[in-house]
Design a protein around this ligand. Sequence first.
Ligand code: NAD
Length: 262
Amino acid sequence: MSGMDTGTLHGPGAAASLLASARRIVVFTGAGVSTDSGIPDFRSTGGRDGGLWTRYDPRKLSFGRYKADPDVRRQAWKLRRELSAIQARPNPAHLACVRLAELGRLAGVITQNVDGLHGDAGLDPELLVEVHGTGRIAVCLACGDRRPMAEAVARVEAGEPDPPCLLCGGILKAATVSFGQGIPPEVWARAQAMTDACDGFVAVGSSLVVHPAAGLPRRAAAKGATLVVINREPTPLDPMADAVCHGEAGSLLPGLVDSLSA
Ligand code: NAD
């Protein structure tokens, strides 16, 4: 089923009734799921972030520039320090995903977020695909050594503006997928398999413009899954969704899961 055929319905009641019989739901999350935890998204209007992404434009911190330019790396480590200082905790949207799993109706969460909050909420790692990696780990681009991000940030705070790998002296980087870097094939394969096997696909708090991840909702709809979009603003996929809910992820997603458990 897809909104292109049926006309898009609006509101949480419509979303709940369209998903009433779904048993293998994918929740696809973007930065908007974590704004209630204090982590700014990229594209919201309103400037709630105080300019974090203005000061650290991700396009300027692309993979190519990161490898080539120590100044870019110093900027990226400053960003990591600021993000660590937020000390974000999971919010009701993250907890709703865990509840959906407890109801036995979650095929998985595919997240574009790198903040680790779905894991902190208690989601089974088997049910989680972090398509853009994780900011919780620092990885050496030369030897592949992986360490907790907290260790690398502590080194930055202690006066190393661009801390090298402790094993080989190579360049360290957050284990995230930056602009210009590909999603690891095995991670992408898991995301596609989850999408292909679902009967409901709920895209929450994503502007749905960052590809290839934003292709997954279309793929799910093309395979016949019910597509629901939850966002505080319109998205490019609203016209093809079966149901669209405009509002806050932190209330709409828990409300939807409550309706599905009734
Ligand atoms: P985005 O910033 O492009 O879009 C966020 C969307 O969420 C917007 O459409 C906005 O209207 C909506 N939104 C914001 N707060 C909301 C709320 N409380 N309730 C409902 N909707 C809300 O984010 P994206 O689509 O995820 O793509 C951006 C890329 O940036 C991703 O790759 C992501 O990894 C990365 N990113 C991650 C984080 C994080 O890990 N928390 C934060 C910023 C950016």
